[in-house]
Design a protein around this ligand. Structure first.
Ligand SMILES: Cc1ncc(COP(=O)(O)O)c(C=O)c1O
Length: 400
């Protein structure tokens, strides 16, 4: 045991810096109200944006599939784990995304860390937005390519880096579609135009766009009308889709390449068949039930307006992710704790998830919230502000 003293002292340092992370126990499905550590609270920290993880059609599809196939795939997809349900799911993803085909991975994290290193290697350049998700950052770290980070959503900076990139064999621009902790949307039309001018490939991580953005809920590319621009669309089945898994949608040759080269595809077990059936059903519901997206938008409108009217200044998000910047990790943790004591759960997001000095509450809205849930939540925010005496009407520090 004594050999582990250093672990404890590092954890103590995390605690002192307000960066301690611990697990809470949830004993209900992720809807507007959950039981958290045995207590009912309003949930403002879930990605189950349109409630598909508990949608009757999705649950039924998963339940009948688990009866037929059992609980697990038992092998990697290239061995005996390629359940025929993958074909249907991948066809649905490709259709929604307007691509030739698609490939499902075990998670979004695995999709990013497997795809980026095989798309860009030694002699290539990766250009990555400063606020990209950790799984993109880790994918870049695993790549042998040169990496350059451009300032968040700043196309001028991206262009200046592209203009100096002629010595590289290939260029890959990678960006979140909807930024997971800021809720803003990447300027994809401008990024695509630059990519065409400088002969670069664009890869977008649509984890928070699929199911939410666009006329049919197909995501960020549909939102901007950028189908047919050759963007590689990566995403996850774990957020609005309500299940688990990641995907890459693109050309058939790209997908063949990934099947042969992406290590996080090759060396891991396939997803449980019930998860595949649930995701397929969820994608059908996204298309057939636009009212879920409408309810989400009206809930976003309601909560955002109520918070702003109560004097809270949110980051200018255009999506269901509403960030309230509080500054230091310690302050954000305290605010979240007091908020929780008032029955509202919006977790504090601290470094390294967000840059130093921009710790925040990431408030995420769901279609399943009732008006009463949202009104009660706002009262909780007001009470937490009073109790912590935090001035949330100004941004202590913006990231750059
Ligand atoms: C932008 C983004 N990309 C990728 C992921 C990883 O997806 P998954 O949870 O399916 O591993 C997440 C969320 O965790 C995310 O927010």
């Amino acid at each position: 045991m004594h050999k582990e003293h250093w672990l404890k002292s590092e954890l103590d340092q995390l605690k002192q810096a307000g960066l301690w992370r611990s697990l809470r126990s949830v004993t209900t499905a992720p809807t507007g109200r959950i039981l958290l550590d045995g207590r009912e609270v309003i949930l403002l920290g879930s990605n189950n944006y349109i409630g598909l993880s508990v949608h009757p059609i999705v649950v039924e599809a998963a339940a009948t599939t688990v009866q037929k196939y059992g609980t697990g795939a038992s092998a990697s997809r290239l061995m005996s784990g390629n359940c025929q349900l993958y074909a249907d799911l991948e066809a649905k993803i490709a259709k929604a995304k307007g691509t030739e085909t698609a490939l499902v991975f075990g998670s979004g994290y695995l999709a990013n860390i497997g795809t980026i290193p095989v798309l860009a290697g030694d002699g290539d350049l990766i250009l990555s937005d400063a606020l990209n998700h950790a799984s993109i950052i880790d994918g870049c770290r695993l790549s042998q390519a040169t990496k350059q980070v451009y300032r968040h959503c700043e196309v001028e900076h991206l262009e200046s880096l592209l203009a100096q990139s002629t010595k590289f064999r290939r260029r890959l621009i990678v960006t979140d579609g909807v930024f997971s902790m800021d809720g803003d949307i990447a300027p994809l039309p401008e990024i695509c135009a630059l990519a065409e001018r400088y002969d670069a490939t664009v890869m977008v991580d649509d984890a928070h766009g699929f199911g939410v953005l666009g006329e049919t809920g197909a995501g960020t590319i549909e939102h901007f009308g950028l189908e047919n621009r050759g963007v590689i669309q990566m995403g996850t089945l774990s957020k609005a889709i309500g299940g688990l898994g990641g995907y890459v949608a693109g050309s058939a040759v790209l997908i063949d390449f990934l099947v042969n080269r992406a290590r996080s595809f090759v060396f891991t077990t396939g997803l449980p068949p019930a998860t595949l059936a649930g995701a397929s059903a969820a994608i059908d519901v996204i298309r057939s039930a636009p009212e879920l997206r409408q309810r989400l938008s009206s809930n976003v409108f309601l909560l955002k307006n109520a918070l702003v009217e109560s004097g809270f200044q949110l980051l200018p998000s255009k999506t269901q992710i509403l960030p309230l910047i509080l500054g230091s990790a310690d302050v954000a943790s305290r605010f979240a704790e007091v908020l929780l004591s008032h029955g509202v759960y919006a977790p504090a997001i601290r470094p390294p998830t967000v840059p130093e000095g921009t710790s925040r509450l990431r408030i995420s809205v769901m279609a399943s919230h009732t008006t009463e849930d949202l009104e009660t939540a706002v009262k909780g925010f007001v009470a937490a502000r009073a109790a912590t005496q935090i001035d949330s009407s100004t941004h202590p520090k913006q990231h750059d």
